[in-house]
Design a binder for this molecule. Structure first.
Ligand code: HEM
Length: 548
């Protein structure tokens, strides 16, 4: 006799769950489209209804949402809703309103900070007052004054880098083998941040591959930021797996964990030696963590090992690829535009007649063309090329669109963002935005003959690559110091083969040749917090030909 099992209850349950699910999605959709405090903002309905819209551009297409947002502004105007909870403003003049003066409270947004995977760091701190407290304790260490006082620390690494460039051909089995510039420059910025902030040096500049694996791992890690923003649970799960497994699941994970362990051990040592004779032992100057531990303003609960390890990791991560990208772009564009390089070198030779004599940073920063080159390289790097999101907890922000006469009120508590890449690539502000024209930063600068000169001090306010307001980059002065010192010293002694042999300036050591690389090939292909495109074709290949 056949036994029949009544399965109808299973179908009843499934049907019930499906109806509840459908109802939930309908209600969420109605809320997002019609009832949410930002429902009046223009934008694609799909983006307003579901996160899948952004996820598609971020994850499926791979870092394309910034470019899509720029398109959306063309279609919908200066204010666009880009996901269920966030509004994006495309007007560069709104920057100071959004990021605010020091007395305006600005919070970060949880969904934005998830990508840093370091919730307790200053960078990820959501609350305005807590951020202020954490930042104030570190600020003196990264101030302009401190950076100038430690110029010799940075300069020692610049000299090591230049030394290495001179030896490259002799060290290589194939002297015609080009190198990808991002590796030596990332090795340099890595060494500097470790020396400057932690009084330790891994000597990546002297490493045969310039610490290639470490840079590659950092690049891979920047990609996880996007995924983590959407589905952070995956990384959380991977982190609790045994390391032998997690390193196989996620490439670059072993480096992330190793850095975290190293930092942890280093901070543990400092903490353990507090109030003992060993405090500051083994370092020739107090590190930022000695200062943080000793800080009277930072309460005890802010000095935990876990928090300070996250702080150390973000300082390191923030300072390496960003600055290295600017150095790489400056070198590429100067080699590609001989007239700009010639003008820069004339200025450097006059300012540094003996290339071995140290020129104070303050003097280098006053050289007009060098200053213009640094600004233009920063502009082309776009800093972090993703939007920076803020929440204004206690004021509505009002945007008035003069073209349409419309006023948009963005209510307190809503997530609001702007993208520096959009500003620095705006042809209205920077004609021919993809091209390298340091001249636009000179007082009477004009990019093309037919264009009227623009006042460069007017442009300065649009160079927002370091962010703005209370959350502006903490390492700004350190980054400037690295960029000025490398570009000045590098191009003081290396040319591009433009001069006759008998015109060679005193101290010139060789020629840098660009190999099969064009600025067009190196334009931004995908957005991420760290401005490096990932495609292999974006390598910037050069050969250093040292004179005998
Ligand atoms: C050209 C190089 C650099 C660029 C373009 C850059 C850009 C930025 C930007 C845009 C932010 C704001 C992020 C946000 O609002 O969420 C930021 C924050 C930060 N940067 Fe940089 N950065 C650079 C170099 C450095 C260096 C060398 C350090 C090393 C100390 C550093 C450390 C930090 C830290 C700690 C923060 C968080 C500040 C805070 O939240 O108060 N950056 N950076």
């Amino acid at each position: 006799m056949a036994i029949t099992v009544d399965m109808s209850w299973v179908f009843d349950y499934v049907g019930c769950i499906a109806v509840i699910g459908l109802l939930y999605f309908v209600l969420v959709g109605v809320w997002r489209l019609h009832l949410s405090p930002i429902s009046h903002t223009p934008g694609p309905r799909l983006a307003a209804m579901t996160w899948a819209y952004e996820f598609y551009y971020d994850a499926v297409l791979g870092g394309k949402y910034t470019f899509k947002i720029i398109d959306l502004h063309r279609q919908y105007g200066p204010v666009v809703r880009i996901n269920p909870d966030e509004v994006h403003v495309g007007d560069p003049d709104f920057y100071s309103v959004l990021y605010g003066a020091p007395d305006r409270r600005r919070q970060k947004w949880k969904i934005y900070t998830k990508q840093f995977c370091a919730d307790e760091s200053t960078l990820s701190t959501i609350d305005h007052d807590r951020h202020k407290l954490r930042r104030a304790a570190m600020e003196p260490y990264f101030s302009k004054l401190s950076v100038r006082r430690l110029q010799h620390v940075i300069e020692e690494r610049v000299d090591a880098l230049l030394d290495r460039f001179q030896r490259l051909q002799k060290e290589s089995l194939n002297p015609r083998q080009p190198i990808d510039l991002k590796y030596p420059f990332s090795a340099f910025t890595n060494d500097v941040i470790n020396e400057y902030a932690f009084a330790r040096c891994d000597h990546l500049v002297e490493d045969p591959s310039f610490g290639k694996a470490i840079t590659d791992n950092l690049l891979v890690q920047t990609r996880y930021g996007k995924w983590n923003r959407h589905i952070d649970v995956i990384l959380k799960l991977v982190k609790i797996l045994p390391e032998s497994i997690s390193r196989r699941v996620i490439p670059g994970m072993d480096n992330l964990l190793k850095t975290s362990r190293d930092m942890h051990a280093q901070i543990y040592k400092i903490k353990a030696s507090g109030n003992t004779a060993k405090w500051k032992d083994g370092v020739d100057r107090a590190t930022v963590f000695h200062e943080l531990m000793a800080s009277n303003t930072l309460p005890h609960f802010e000095k935990t090992l876990q928090r300070l390890t996250q702080e150390a990791q973000t300082i390191q991560r923030c300072g390496i690829l960003t600055t290295s990208r600017v150095l790489t772009l400056a070198t590429l564009h100067l080699l590609y535009r001989p007239s700009a390089l010639r003008r820069l070198r004339l200025e450097l030779i006059a300012a540094m007649p003996d290339p071995h004599v140290t020129v104070p940073l303050g003097e280098l920063e006053q050289l007009p063309y060098l200053r213009a080159v640094v600004r233009e390289a920063l502009r082309l790097s776009a800093g972090t090329n993703e939007r920076l999101t803020r929440v204004c907890p206690d004021e509505d922000l009002i945007y008035y669109d003069s073209a349409s006469g419309k006023e948009y009120v963005i209510p307190a508590g809503a997530a609001l963002s702007m993208t520096t890449y959009k500003t620095v690539m705006d042809p209205e502000l920077f004609p021919d935005p993809g091209c390298f024209y340091p001249e636009r930063w000179l007082e009477d600068g004009r990019v093309q003959r037919r264009q009227p000169p623009r006042q460069c001090h007017v442009l300065e306010k649009y160079l927002t690559v370091f962010g703005g307001g209370t959350r502006q980059c903490l390492g700004l002065d350190l980054a400037y110091a690295e960029i000025y010192l490398v570009i000045a010293k590098l191009f003081r002694v290396w040319g591009n083969g433009d001069e006759d042999d008998n015109e060679r300036p005193l101290g010139e050591v060789g020629v840098i040749r660009l190999v099969e690389t064009t600025p067009r090939g190196c334009q931004l292909a995908s957005d991420s917090l760290t401005p490096f495109p990932y495609r292999v074709s974006d390598e910037i290949q050069v050969i250093f030909e040292a004179y005998d």
